[in-house]
Design a protein around this ligand. Structure first.
Ligand SMILES: NC(=O)c1ccc[n+]([C@@H]2O[C@H](COP(=O)([O-])OP(=O)(O)OC[C@H]3O[C@@H](n4cnc5c(N)ncnc54)[C@H](OP(=O)(O)O)[C@@H]3O)[C@@H](O)[C@H]2O)c1
Length: 301
């Protein structure tokens, strides 16, 4: 089996590469078909997915069995100011990979986000809930979902949220760095979601990729919390006390000139996983603890 992974330098892409090469995730064994698979790990220097012709040619020349797209413009506030770039990467780039994978008969896995939802509810969104993004990032990812499903029938959409992995920037690293530098951090307490360990997500993506059970999946850590609760646990597991201060979204946005609307409630229910390959996602606190224990000092830099 040949697996092509785009965005391989990012948080999720790098985790997928490492899980495949070690043959297991922190949750456990990965499917037998994946162990020993040939991995074609690429990032923007190898292929810019916004280039239709090059993307078609690349997939045609390499003939992967599965294409997992982890490439994206993930800077939520950046997307607001760069609408066309967000549209090109998160929507057209996905279309290009979807058409290219369809042309060669490959399966396609597109990673999406809780930010496709409006966030006005108060119970976890399932895969059959109606999407209604409130940001450019969310809208570009929503169109990416639509394109992916339109062009390649062998498509998995995997929505995740509040992701953290070993490579690149994430909220966990930011909280620790700011507490170290300033002694405390102020975090919003009125946005609710699900912290998700990229290693756990990689485990489930690979479980899905060996099946023919195409469709939309939610895959997030078990349990929900606010960004404030998340930061409190990060501080606790890193040995800091009284270092996290709560605030409202309005207070935070006014103080920091944040241009983007974010869903107030974007907790996801992993219903489709439960009904198919099984939901082995760990409690978010447990997955976070293992992450912080593992990265230790290195997360501070
Ligand atoms: N991070 C989260 O909290 C979160 C939450 C929900 C869903 N997701 C979704 O999960 C997926 C993985 O996220 P992540 O956090 O792993 O992302 P990430 O760390 O930002 O990595 C994305 C990678 O894609 C590359 N890339 C950007 N534009 C590209 C292009 N035109 N062609 C090829 N590669 C390109 C980036 O390169 P550069 O760094 O050079 O730009 C980067 O290496 C994304 O689909 C994201 O929308 C993420």
């Amino acid at each position: 089996m040949k697996i092509m992974i785009t965005g391989c330098n990012g948080q999720l892409g790098s985790e997928l590469v490492s899980v495949i090469s070690s043959g297991k995730s922190q949750i456990g064994e990965i499917p037998r078909e994946i162990v020993g698979a040939e991995v074609l790990a690429i990032d923007i220097d190898d292929l810019d997915i916004t280039d239709f012709k090059k993307t078609e040619e690349f997939v045609l020349n390499n003939k992967p069995d599965v294409v997992i797209n982890c490439a994206a413009m993930t800077n939520v506030d950046g997307c607001e100011g760069m609408r066309e770039t967000a549209f090109k990467v998160n929507a057209l780039g996905v279309r290009n990979l979807s058409i290219a994978s369809k042309n060669t008969g490959a399966k396609f896995v597109q990673i999406s986000t809780d930010y496709v939802f409006e966030g006005k509810g108060n119970k976890p969104y399932t895969e059959w809930d109606i999407i209604n993004p409130v940001s450019v990032y969310g809208a570009s990812k929503a169109l990416g979902e639509k394109y992916a499903l339109s062009f390649n029938p062998k498509t998995f959409i995997v929505r995740t949220s509040w992701l953290y992995g070993f490579n690149g920037k994430n909220f966990v690293k930011t909280v620790i760095r700011v507490i170290e530098q300033k002694g405390s951090i102020t975090v919003v307490s009125d946005q609710i979601g699900n912290p998700t360990n990229a290693n756990d997500l990689a485990h489930h993506i690979l479980k899905l990729a060996v099946t023919d059970e195409y469709g939309i999946y939610h895959c997030t850590g078990q349990g929900e919390c606010s960004w404030y609760d998340f930061a409190l646990k990060i501080a606790e597991y890193s040995g800091y006390k009284d270092a996290v201060i709560p605030c409202t979204t309005t207070e935070y946005n006014n103080k920091n000139n944040v241009p983007t609307k974010r869903p107030a409630y974007s907790s996801l229910d992993n219903m489709a996983l439960r009904c198919t390959v099984g939901d082995e996602m760990r409690k978010w606190e447990e997955a976070l603890k293992e992450y912080i224990d593992k990265v230790g000092e290195s997360v501070r830099h």
